[in-house]
Design a protein around this ligand. Sequence first.
Ligand code: KDG
Length: 336
Amino acid sequence: MKSLISRRNFAALACSALASLCAPAWAADVKFGYGTAEEHSQGTAARKFAELVAQKTGGRISVKTFGSAKLGSDVQMQSALQGGTQEFMVGATSTLVGTVKDFAIFDFPFLFSNTKEADAILDGPVGRKLMQKLESRGLVGLAYWENGFRNTTTSRRPIQKLEDFQGLKFRVMQSKVYLDLFSGFGANAVPLPFPELYMALESRTVDAQENPLALIDSQKFYEVQKYLSLTAHSYSPFIVLASKKFWDAQPKDVQEAITAAAREAGTLQRKLSRETNETLLASLKARGMQVNEIAPAELARMRERSQAVTAKYSQELDQSLLAELQSELNKARAAK
Ligand code: KDG
């Protein structure tokens, strides 16, 4: 018996060194779903995660990645994780607000001024406490990745001032903060799942939408939207989630290996997201998009209009978490 165990340990160690050549007979096959195209940094990082999990678990867990919403929208994947029919996903935190309403704090307009502030909050106590709130809902939060600062595109006209939103049929994520924000700007805001967005723009069911540059590029929204207005009205995080049913069945060392893999892949993903942002504007212009910045006075008017939304949802969300968010943000700003 003793020698059998040590032989098995030896096999696990050897496999950990040579994971791809030596997947053990007891490897568990698991699914990791995501919504973007495979060439988006979300896809690159998902594949990196799969590779790291194989390495770090000595081949005991074999992750297969599914991009382009092949496993469904973010909300559908969250249900599959809760039911235990899918093990992992990465998606926008905004699509979690129906499960844990406090994730809406990341939807607050103009919350972060730069990625340094976003990283400090997401990787600090506020980000961790939000992840803990997922556990009673059958989900485990592993790491925050980056979607990015969101900008506006339309097929009708450039957004240069608040009045330009008036009457636009405007797709928003399934989050009340976004719905109220763009309704408050004067648009007819329509919540729609991400996988339906391209078709809705192409068929002119909606005139406008907002997303980070990397998604406007990788989803080919430039084919169906003419104007890109750099509103940078919010910062959108991604979150990597595991099914709690799956998670609870794993030994501690496997849980630790998977968490480390999600974080390490996240470091790569944030780096790629930030590097590509710099070249994307030029490429979107070359593809025919007409790009404009927003004059500071007009941006100030948008910020001012958006304050009602922040005030409304601040009353509805976890007060101690909001206070901690403010104090952590102050710290991050002071550390500049
Ligand atoms: O994986 C992409 C989705 O998470 C998607 O929800 C991202 O920003 C997004 C949107 O607009 O829906």
